[in-house]
Structure formats: C-alpha cells, structure tokens
Design a protein. Structure first.
Length: 144
C-alpha cells in the first residue's frame, strides 16, 4: 500500500519513522489522522459557509462546488438537513440581488434554487440584451 501512495500522502511517509507505518493498521491510522480528522471536515464546513460565486462562474459549476464541499464537510448519509444546508449555501454564494430574488421564491431544495437562479439570470441577460439593442435603434424607429 505504501508504494501506491502519491502526492501529499506519499510525502507524509517521509515525516514518519518506519515503525509508525510498518503495519496496515498503523499506516491507516496515520493517514486517517492526517486526512480524515475533525479538522478536515471543519475546514470544508468553513469553506462552504464562506463560499461565494466567482466572476464568470456558471451557476451549474457553483452548484457542483457546493455539493462537493457539502459531501466533504458533512460526511455520512444524506438527510433533509444536508439539503437545507446545500440550498442555503448556494443561495448565500450568489450576488446579493440574485440571492434575494431566489429567496423570495422560497425554493425547497438545492435543485429548485438552481433552477430559479438559472431562470432569473436568463431573464436578466435578455433584458440587458434588449436594452443594448434599444440603444442602437434611432429615435425615428428606422434601423440604418
């Protein structure tokens, strides 16, 4: 198993004496202490609480990132609490204007929040495009 480790998992073997990893149980304990402890889940929970949508990031990508952080931050079987945390984290990651509009529609799940956000964003994009086109049309209504 030691020889199959790569990256930071392989690197952590260098920090240990051979006696600390000479059995599967010891190796497993060392790896789980390093990568599966409470500190790691708390790290993902903190990231989830503070995650914000990046400029240019699609809503689908944002949703996937929220799901990933939720799985790592709250391991174990899913529940209605998971769904509520995911939905609220997704809405909180949106811009304040879009977030407020999605909350007003009171989605019950992450998927419904995503669907609403996609609809609202499409409506806004259409309005911006229409306004831009209206600026290019002369006042007499004739298109050059």
């Amino acid at each position: 198993m030691k020889s199959s480790l790569t990256g930071s998992a392989a690197q952590c073997l260098w920090d240990q004496s051979p006696e600390c990893t000479d059995s599967l149980e010891k190796l497993w304990k060392m790896l789980s202490d390093r990568y599966a402890g409470q500190n790691v889940t708390e790290k993902y929970r903190t990231e989830l609480r503070h995650y914000r949508r990046n400029p240019g990031e699609s809503l689908d990508t944002l949703c996937q990132d929220i799901r990933r952080l939720l799985i790592f931050g709250y391991p174990g079987p899913t529940s209605s609490a998971h769904e509520a945390i995911a939905k609220d984290s997704f809405i909180d990651a949106l811009s304040s204007e879009l977030s407020m509009k999605v909350r007003e529609r009171d989605p019950s799940t992450l998927d419904s929040a995503l669907r609403i956000a996609l609809q609202l964003e499409a409506i806004q994009q259409a309005a911006v495009t229409r306004d831009t086109n209206d600026l290019n049309v002369p006042r007499d209504g004739h298109v050059p």
